[in-house]
Ligand binder design. Sequence first.
Ligand code: FES
Length: 106
Amino acid sequence: MVNFTVEDHDGNRQEIEAPVDMGFSLMEILKASEYPILATCGGMALCATCHVEILEGNDDLKHATDIELDQLENLPEYFPTSRLSCQIRISDLLEGAVVKLRGEDQ
Ligand code: FES
């Protein structure tokens, strides 16, 4: 299991524990934890509604891939450590991270 913190749109923080060996994405865990993630494209890196910002954590977590940047660059606002949560695999890299929800919530 890995433990990390999620900050919602209102700034409320909650610790989340997630299994590292089941192949889940961060987006799937956020949805399962009842956060308002639309994930319209189902995790195909096509909608950017699963946008998160990595506030704290391993540097390797903080770099969006080119596929992610293609979507993030179309948003009105994104940040140096913005990621698409559907493209982050749940792994030990997330241990101690703080993830802020940035995607549309309705
Ligand atoms: S769920 Fe659509 S880009 Fe992540």
